[in-house]
Design a protein around this ligand. Structure first.
Ligand code: NDP
Length: 336
């Protein structure tokens, strides 16, 4: 495993970070989830990402149980707040001081730890003053419940405003968590340059485009049994943006590039996001331990420039590059 600094901080994280969205507490049984976490640890992954909302809080509990007994100092645990949780009461959502303060306590209990290394705003809350949110985050850092703070799917302007307030409050906003893959490159024009200027890293989600870039989905054919595209608990709905024959055919055309580097397609996809020096980690999910073992081999891989260009040529305009798509990730009004 290779490790990278998270933003302009002294914190090192594993460049392959394990995430448990859609899997723990939902698509996969708890024993398989535990095996995935054990394999991640055996393979040198030390950083783990979850959120209060995943499987409506169950994912944090599964991760907490799976990591029980591990030396806390050897782990970096990240979680998030914003989306509605619990029974969905009027204040069980968003980035108000009330919800942030209550949500961190629930997360720590479920994760069975006294602190998280990184506490992230899962989206921007258009209904809460940013000053209130950043003050609450700063207080959580001062209480020792989180060491650093981050954001997810914030626009460049929102990141700049949040970072300025955090700096005034004396806390470190060091990460941004956006979607990023060969097929989804919307952060390259605005979010990445702003973050580089401010000393903020990207921890990127769905680097394999939820499994699509592994090449296992063939154009014109039914998805393989047990894959995310067949998961009616939520996965099938989430992945459908990428499930069209034009995208799937171009992904198949990447196979010779992977073969030239002696990589699997999934490894190529993960290595690709790690070529961007503003990316501190690829956040990789897995529905079985073998996937974790395969995926970690993308750590430390260098893709030559000519093959990076070839990838661009093969994918052409199916790769989404519109910077405006980041703003579309945030709901206009708070979700109840
Ligand atoms: P990936 O792009 O890594 O997709 C993971 C899925 O792809 C697996 O669950 C598996 O699904 C399939 N897969 C993984 N490896 C292989 C392989 N080697 N061969 C074939 N199939 C493979 O990322 P995710 O979409 O899971 O997201 C990763 C993490 O990012 C999340 O767990 C979460 O921590 C974070 N995230 C953050 C978001 C945010 O808003 N901040 C939003 C979404 C995710 P299967 O076997 O079922 O087909």
């Amino acid at each position: 495993m290779e490790f990278r600094y998270l933003g302009n901080s002294g914190l090192k994280i594993s460049e392959i970070t394990y995430g448990n969205w859609l899997t723990h507490g939902s698509q996969v049984e708890n024993d398989v989830a535990t095996q995935c976490v054990r394999t991640a640890l055996d393979e040198g992954i030390s950083s783990f990402d979850t959120a209060d909302v995943y499987a409506n809080t169950k994912a944090e509990s599964v991760l907490g149980e799976a990591l029980k007994g591990e030396r806390r100092e050897s782990l970096e645990i990240f979680t998030k707040v914003f989306w509605p949780t619990g029974p969905g009461g009027k204040n069980d959502t968003g980035l108000s001081r009330k919800h942030i303060m209550e949500s961190i306590n629930g997360s720590l209990k479920r994760l069975q730890t006294d602190y998280v290394d990184l506490y992230q705003a899962h989206r921007f809350d258009t209904e809460t003053p940013l000053e209130e949110t950043m003050q609450a985050f700063a207080d959580i850092v001062r209480q020792g419940k989180a060491l650093y703070i981050g954001v997810s799917e914030w626009t460049a302007d929102q990141i700049r405003a949040g970072h300025a307030l955090a700096t005034d409050l004396g806390v470190q906003l060091i990460s941004s968590q956006p979607q990023y893959s060969m097929l989804w490159r919307v952060i390259e024009k605005e979010v990445v340059p702003t973050c580089k200027e401010l000393g903020i890293s990207q921890i990127v989600w769905s680097p394999i485009a939820q499994g699509v870039l592994s090449g296992k989905y063939q154009p014109g054919q039914a998805p393989p049994e047990g894959s995310r595209a067949t998961d009616e608990k939520g996965g099938a709905d989430m992945i459908k943006r990428f499930m069209n024959d034009d995208i799937l055919a171009r992904v198949q055309a990447l196979r010779p590039v992977a073969e030239e580097l002696d990589l699997t397609m999934a490894q190529l996809a993960i290595a690709w996001v790690l070529q961007n020096d503003n990316v501190a980690a690829a956040l990789v999910g897995a529905s079985r331990p073998e996937q974790v073992s395969e995926n970690v081999k993308a750590a430390g891989v260098k893709i030559p420039d000519e093959l990076m260009t070839k990838i661009d040529d093969v994918l052409g305009d199916v790769a989404e590059t519109d910077a405006g798509k980041t703003a579309e990730q945030t709901p206009r009004t708070r979700v109840a």
